[in-house]
Design a protein around this ligand. Structure first.
Ligand code: BES
Ligand code: MN
Ligand code: ZN
Length: 501
């Protein structure tokens, strides 16, 4: 979707979208169109249930008096209630409404609305962002779609006084959208296309943007003693990889500001469960069990794209969890890079094994000022939070609060769950330092407790269990169903609001 910003001037043709406030009060451009059409807008509102409420829309086709193919009335609600996210939703909804209408472009006319907290250039930029985010489509494997079934809409032109300011505000948002799309693409790809080596190869493309990318293979990981990660991948014909990305846009030297922030992702490119094999129904979903890594890669794309003034490392443990004669067995005891031993009770609790070594490596190698890991870790988090929030676990209240605030700002909510010694006990083992599962109770929490055993004292750490939010079965205003990219915007905001110099 192409997004452009232009100065106000009534477009002579094509579709236009204009705002209508609560109670049917027309915004300035809407009023202008109403005059030009001798009251067609007012008449249409009178004859319908459209009242200008948020998310209401009304289409008027080819009204007499103007050359436009249609006028889309967009309900804005009460101006004082309009927030950034509402504007994004408006942009997204306009795209959705006209996507298959036959229109190739739409001009969204943004007015300075009295009483609104979002200034017009920011409004225009947010509107463009929402439009872009919603227009995303993963259709590279659809070879037989008829042209008339494909989306027709190609361009959104946002009309606003001071388009240059809107363009400037949009530039960074556009880079973040690119990061979101990269993540959505990666989680949407099937596991015969995206496996550890090919996922690492995709990440290597970020080199062009100034990201330093290194990839460790099995031999190097064996030398480092990563028995937990390697155990998960040993049943697969696909070689496990450790992906290490660095973006150095921040301070140099030895100070705290120069210490990198670390993001660590679970990258199970397919999770069959291994020998503790999963049931067949729905197993195809496990192609997106690399969602945590997908977010870390997309985030690096976003940060590098907008040249964030921060030092960040992204580390992804990439493995395929398969059952085979070389697969690890329930009861196997592995030694992690940290030296701690793990009894593998259930080979389907593999994500934590991968993260254990990825987390330890990250700390040993980079001494990060804080770590956030992301993982589609447990089905239990879906039981707890559904598909609305990601689970947040942390050893640091300040970091947890920052994540909560960032989530609220971008509409990617996180909800904190408790941790503590009583939960931690559940993963003590008689045979090794710990086992990889507790009992059924508090499954997401005991998984987080497991991870915390691989976080060094004094390192602020947060874990996001994104199993419920990585994939969506229903459209929302800025997120079409499928891979959501949840986490990219959240962490980009976390960085922008707290860690950039
Ligand atoms: N990848 C799954 C978790 C998952 C489930 C992600 C549903 C997305 C949707 C994870 O590796 C897993 O299998 N977890 C087990 C843990 C259990 C064996 C303790 C689970 O949640 O059932
Ligand atoms: Mn599993
Ligand atoms: Zn998994």
């Amino acid at each position: 979707m192409k997004i452009a910003f232009v100065a106000p001037a009534l477009p002579k043709a094509g579709a236009v979208a204009v705002g209508v406030m609560d109670g049917g009060k027309l915004a300035a451009s809407a009023a202008q169109l109403d005059r030009a059409t001798k009251g067609a807008l007012t008449r249409a509102i009178k004859g319908s249930r459209f009242k200008g409420r948020p998310r209401q829309m009304l289409e008027i086709l080819a009204p007499a008096g103007i050359g436009n193919s249609r006028v889309l009335l967009v309900g804005l609600g009460k101006p004082k209630d309009i927030k950034d996210l509402d504007v994004e939703a408006i942009g997204g909804s306009v795209v959705e409404r006209l996507s298959r209408s036959g229109e190739r472009g739409v001009t969204v006319m943004v007015d300075a609305i009295p009483g609104i907290a979002v200034p017009a250039p920011a409004y225009a930029a947010r509107c463009g962002l929402g439009a872009r985010l919603r227009a995303y489509r993963f259709d590279r494997y659809r070879t037989k779609e008829k042209p008339e079934d494909k989306p027709s809409l190609e361009k959104v032109t946002v009309m606003v006084a001071n388009p240059a300011a809107a363009r400037r505000a949009f530039a960074d948002m556009d880079q973040v959208a690119e990061g979101v799309f990269l993540t959505r693409n990666l989680v949407s790809e099937p596991a015969n296309i995206i496996y550890p080596k090919t996922l690492a190869a995709e990440a290597k493309k970020l080199t062009k943007l100034g990201v330093k990318v290194q990839v460790l293979g099995v031999a190097e990981m064996r030398r480092l003693g990563m028995g937990a990660l390697l155990g998960v991948g040993q049943g697969s014909a696909q070689e496990s990889q450790l992906l290490v990305m660095q973006w150095s846009g921040g301070a140099r030297g030895k100070g705290k500001a120069a210490q990198p922030l670390a993001f660590v992702g679970k990258g199970v490119t397919f999770d069959t469960g291994g020998i503790s094999i999963k049931p067949a129904g729905g197993m195809e979903d496990m192609k997106w069990d690399m969602g945590g890594s997908g977010v870390v890669i997309g985030l690096m794309r976003a940060l590098a794209g907008r040249k964030a003034k921060v030092n960040v490392v992204g580390v992804c443990g990439l493995v395929e969890n398969m059952p085979s004669s070389t697969a690890q067995r329930p009861g196997d005891i592995v030694t992690s890079m940290s030296g701690q031993t793990i009894e593998v009770i259930n080979t389907d609790a593999e994500g934590r094994l991968v993260l254990a070594d990825a987390l330890w490596y990250t700390q040993e190698k980079f001494k990060p000022r804080a770590i956030v890991d992301l993982a589609t870790l447990t089905g239990a988090i879906i039981v707890a939070l559904g598909h609305e929030y990601a689970g947040l676990f942390s050893n640091d209240d300040k970091l947890a609060d920052k994540l909560f605030a960032a989530g609220k700002t971008v509409g990617e909510g996180v909800w904190r769950l408790p941790m503590g010694e009583a939960y931690d006990k559940a993963i003590n083992s008689d045979a090794a330092d710990m086992k990889n599962v507790g009992n059924r109770a508090g499954g997401s929490i005991t998984a987080a407790q497991f991870l915390e055993r691989f976080v060094k004292k004094g390192t602020p750490w947060a874990h996001l269990d994104i199993a419920g939010v990585t994939w969506s079965s229903k459209d929302s205003p800025t997120v079409p169903k499928g891979g959501t990219g949840f986490g990219v915007r959240l962490l980009d905001r976390l960085v922008a609001d707290n860690f950039e110099r």
